[in-house]
Write a protein that binds this ligand. Structure first.
Ligand code: AMP
Ligand code: GLY
Length: 435
């Protein structure tokens, strides 16, 4: 029940993915909250929040919405509105927001800046060079003649990174990014860096500008197919906790990857508030930083929300207000796992409009599992696919095997034509099945 002394607040969640559905769900359960709004949301967020048709790129529209509805906290899901300055615009009218300012969000918005700050503040990361001239970049990769990673500087909806097996593939990536500008201005500059080989993990903390609290570690699965084969995607499933993050590895991540960057950002006048998500390659027990994201990962967030214990809102509010001093997030369930159901053709040529069956059957087939919507749209009584990643099906359990069994039972209750899913999410940590 709400505390008599603290009036309940309205919370606006910005975004339309499964990450935002998971956040809106947790927020809607809080006794501190009167109403949850979601802009623009999807068919799933409609069940836990009021969807409002304002797009994530419409900073003015979002600020106007928050003002009109008397919103007390705005929670920003995706990176684009952060990089566009949504939090600064909300701050200017006195509305609390969870997420970094534009200056801090540039840590994700510019890979060149991220690498330069990593070098300046001693964060372990792959050796790199920056190029703004395609001829010089081409000459460099031809001279190196070894596998290299080519990264567009700016935001490219998660697609601006090519791990090139040889010089020819690197040249192709340089041509696409810098000459053909397939990601627009994001490809004006590129970072070219050494390939790191190890196990990749997603590490999240929430900062209030001074302090931070660590969340549970997670692991995404970026390739489309089982066994980590096939094209890269936005993420096909995630679980928490990944065993590669031992207590010792976690201590190293905090001391070498998280703390120096939060301190560095403060020194740069880019004080960070919100969720900082480091993509870390663990190589022989040592963390190397691939990138920083300035928001929760998707689908990592869904797995973290499934494990999270208690009320999420004090954590979000504490970060936004600059005071996390009394907050210790706890992750109760032993493990959580989520699997993404993707549309036909994803990630290349996505087909939309397929009818989704079985959403109502999940509660009975897999009690306790949760289905978070991403690319879905309501069409009368039918829910249809409307994007590449359609649903994230999530479950918690005492063990990862239990969580996986429940999540897959839920996923198997759902069907749409052309549906794609990986059967092996969490394979590095699950008990292998005997045939
Ligand atoms: P980023 O957006 O920088 O995280 O890159 C996207 C993905 O590319 C990462 O999640 C990794 O899977 C991969 N990647 C990026 N940089 C490297 C690297 N230096 N070595 C190996 N893989 C990388
Ligand atoms: N799951 C990776 C990301 O959100 O960037």
């Amino acid at each position: 029940m709400p505390h008599a002394a603290s009036p309940r607040i309205k919370v606006l969640v910005v975004g339309s993915g499964a990450r935002e559905h998971a956040l809106a769900w947790r927020i809607s359960e809080s006794p501190l909250v009167e109403e949850v709004l979601c802009a623009p949301g999807n068919a799933g967020t409609g069940a836990v929040a009021t969807n409002v048709a304002v797009e994530i790129g419409d900073v003015r529209g979002l600020v106007a919405l928050a003002k009109e509805r008397g919103v007390g906290l705005v929670v920003v899901g995706p990176e684009a509105p952060l990089v566009a300055g949504l939090v600064d615009a909300l701050d200017a009218v006195g509305i609390l927001a969870f997420g970094p300012s534009r200056g801090a969000a540039e840590l994700e918005g510019s890979k060149v800046l991220a690498k330069e700050l990593m070098a300046k503040y001693g964060v372990p990361t792959a050796g790199f060079r920056v190029f703004d001239d395609p001829d010089a970049a081409t000459a460099y990769v031809q001279k190196c003649a070894r596998p290299l990673v080519v990264k567009a500087d700016g935001l490219a909806a998660g697609k601006g990174v090519v791990v090139a097996a040889d010089a020819a593939e690197a040249v192709e990536a340089i041509d696409a990014m810098m000459r053909e500008r397939v990601y627009g201005d994001a490809g004006r500059r590129v970072v070219i860096e050494e390939v790191l080989r190890g196990e990749e993990v997603s590490y999240h903390v929430v900062s209030d500008g001074t302090r931070y609290v660590a969340l549970a570690a997670a692991q995404d699965h970026k390739r489309l197919g089982d066994g980590d084969l096939g094209p890269n995607t936005g993420g096909m499933g995630a679980y928490s906790p990944p065993p590669v993050v031992t207590p010792e590895v976690e201590r190293k991540i905090l001391a070498r990857v998280i703390e120096p960057m939060l301190d560095g950002l403060r020194q740069e006048g880019r004080t960070f508030r919100g969720a900082l998500f480091a993509g870390v390659m663990v190589v022989d027990g040592e963390p190397w930083t691939l990138e920083y994201n300035v928001r929760f990962g998707d689908p990592e967030c869904e797995a973290l929300m499934a494990r999270f214990d208690g009320d999420l809102v004090p954590l979000l509010l504490g970060s936004a207000r600059g005071d996390l001093s009394d907050i210790t997030p706890t992750f109760g369930a032993g493990a959580a796992l989520c699997v993404v159901l993707a549309a036909a053709g994803y990630p290349v040529r996505v087909r939309t409009g397929d009818a989704i069956d079985g959403l109502d059957a999940v509660a009975q087939a897999a009690p306790g599992a949760r289905v978070f919507h991403a690319g879905t749209k309501r069409d009368g009584d039918v829910v249809r696919t409307s994007g590449g990643r359609v649903l994230t099906v999530c479950a918690a359990g005492a063990t990862l095997d239990e969580a996986a069994a429940l999540a897959y039972r839920a996923a198997d209750a759902i069907h749409f034509d052309g549906q794609q899913l990986r059967r092996d999410i969490g394979f590095r940590a699950r008990t292998p099945k005997l045939d």
